[in-house]
Design a protein around this ligand. Structure first.
Ligand SMILES: Nc1ncnc2c1ncn2[C@@H]1O[C@H](COP(=O)(O)OP(=O)(O)OP(=O)(O)O)[C@@H](O)[C@H]1O
Length: 533
């Protein structure tokens, strides 16, 4: 015990001695000398275990835009900092990410990639004796320094940095508040912050089909290298078609939420001409989902423009249109070929990764050129509610996965056509505290009513058809009678004509025989003339 106490006292005094030396060194040695000693020390360490460093500056020289690599690294490290950095800086984030913790200046954190340890340091140069400028680039110069053992150079430069930048970008896109853009005047986009809770988890559709679509979207979003390899622009087209209320708009939102893309809602009727359409395309950023809703109402298939008929378009039609915009829509000259160029002409290669979605209630009216594979790569039919889709809605709206009434509902859904929108509406509790069973019963009532109505409709249609058939038959009979009558009259007339001719013959028989004999004598003559000629 005594020996241990002695040892502790010894260490204590050595530590105190060291601290005294360090304090003296720190206080009395000039900065350049300290820097020099530090440099020599690093060189000594490097000699035995060579360390490589890479610097990522916040601003590239001469540019006033933050470096993309720097911001991506910042996002990547902020996701690691909460657990690893000893000093953090808290920043108020956006609504969907209230607080962001980032590593503070002059902090270090360690990271491990494929078993290799690396060190990140966040530093900044503060220019001395310079007046403060409004430009960040002229003031503090922040940077990240990545250090690692020289022997892992290839792994870090070839793989790790790429991984960090891609991860950082993905984190940025998840954190960023997304935007819903609308084309407003000519070639410009206006936007609103977009927060819609629809997702594939709560989208009512058969699970297998849903999985196919989700996989397709994810494969596309991760396919940068694949598209580069096959020499195609990194874009994919989806055609959503089906009756109103089957979830076309909802699926667009679910797609955007899944991919973390902004939505560009393109209203073709307000685009002046093909040139404006091209300009709009050039103003679309990457990671975007371009939507043209009700394409059949936007563009005449001959390339002529057609004003929207009857359809109450979402978003835009809730606001009064400025007069110029109304006038503009009258003058729109976007053609089908302009739209085809917009989708996949050479200009389409300028906007980076993006998805194009068309929706329509009348797929049969669309020009095949517009929706052929390669333009609209995946055609998705959204139909009436199936039992599989109903189960998703029941889980969303009532939080139940099974119920004795499900069997009856399945049977009724097979016998009638009801859109998911109507099913959802019937599952929504109408009174405070209404339980699941009440809502299911209300749906059954609605389904039975719909079934009755469709039966009545069918009977009416059949009666109408029968009536039309009877009418046609009567008309045909009438026509036949009339025809018979006419034929009879014609025959009678012919007979009476014959009778009068006979009596004339009797009177003028000699004349006729003369004329006949004249003609008879002439005919062989003319024949012989023709032959000799
Ligand atoms: N498959 C679905 N899953 C979940 N909710 C749905 C589905 N289909 C429709 N709904 C609900 O019905 C409402 C109307 O759907 P939505 O606007 O997406 O239909 P739509 O096919 O785009 O209709 P329209 O052709 O009239 O534009 C939405 O608010 C949504 O809540």
């Amino acid at each position: 015990m005594e020996i241990r106490a002695e040892k502790l006292a010894e260490w204590g005094s050595s530590l105190a001695g060291l601290m005294f030396v360090w304090a003296t060194f720190d206080q009395f040695f000039p900065k350049f000398l300290k820097d020099y000693i530090q440099l020599q020390w690093r060189k000594l360490v490097n000699y035995f275990n060579p360390i490589m460093t890479i610097i990522f500056n916040e601003y590239s020289s001469g540019l006033y835009k933050r470096s993309d690599a720097y911001t991506a690294i910042e996002s990547y490290l902020s996701s690691k900092s909460a657990a690893r950095a000893s000093r953090l800086r808290a920043e108020v984030g956006k609504k969907n990410n209230p607080m962001v913790l980032a590593m503070d200046d002059f902090e270090k954190i360690h990271d491990v990639f494929e078993g290799v340890s690396v060190k990140w340091f966040k530093g900044k140069h503060i220019p001395q004796g310079k007046t403060i400028s409004w430009s960040h680039a002229d003031n503090e110069k922040k940077f990240y320094e990545l250090s690692f053992s020289e022997k892992h150079r290839t792994l870090i430069t070839d793989k790790y940095i790429h991984y960090v930048v891609e991860e950082g970008k993905a984190i940025q896109s998840r954190r960023r508040q997304r935007r819903l853009y609308m084309n407003c005047c000519g070639d410009e986009w206006d936007y609103a912050v977009f927060e819609h809770p629809a997702s594939f988890n709560n989208f009512a559709m058969d699970e297998q089909r849903k999985e196919q679509i989700v996989n397709d979207l994810i494969t596309f979003s991760q396919g940068k290298e694949y598209y580069a390899k096959i020499g195609k622009v990194w874009k994919r087209g989806y055609l959503l078609y089906g009756p109103p209320g089957t979830g076309k708009s909802t699926m667009i939102v679910a797609m955007a939420n899944l991919l973390g893309y902004d939505i560009y809602d393109l209203e073709l009727t307000t685009v002046k001409d093909n040139t404006d359409l091209k300009r709009l395309l050039l103003n679309i950023k990457g990671k975007s989902l371009i939507v043209i809703e009700d394409i059949d109402c936007s563009l005449d298939l001959t390339g002529e423009r057609k004003r929207k008929k009857g359809k109450n378009k979402k978003n835009r039609d809730n606001f009064p249109k400025p007069k110029e915009e109304d006038d503009r829509s009258d003058q729109s000259k976007v053609t089908l070929s302009g739209l085809l160029n917009f989708i996949d002409g050479i200009w389409s290669g300028c906007a980076g990764e993006r998805v194009i979605v068309f929706t329509t209630n009348h797929v049969e009216q669309l020009d095949p050129a517009l929706i052929r594979r390669g333009r609209m790569d995946m055609h998705i039919e959204l139909g009436y509610c199936t039992f599989g889709a109903f189960k998703v809605l029941a889980k969303n709206y009532l939080n139940i996965e099974s119920h004795p009434l499900f069997e009856k509902i399945e049977e009724l859904l097979e016998q009638t056509n009801m859109t998911p929108a109507d099913v959802a509406e019937n599952l929504t509790p109408k009174t405070l505290g209404a339980d699941a069973e009440t809502c299911l019963k209300s749906l059954i009532q609605a389904l039975e009513k719909a079934k009755e109505e469709s039966k009545l409709k069918l009977i009416k249609e059949e009666a109408k058809e029968a009536e039309a058939e009877a009418e046609q038959q009567a008309e045909e009979e009438k026509e036949a009678e009339q025809k018979a009558e006419e034929e009879k009259e014609a025959q009678q007339e012919a007979e009476s004509d014959n009778g009068s001719n006979d009596s004339y013959d009797e009177e003028t028989g000699s004349e006729e025989s003369e004329s006949e004999s004249e003609t008879g004598s002439e005919e062989p003559e003319s024949e012989s003339e023709t032959e000799s000629e």
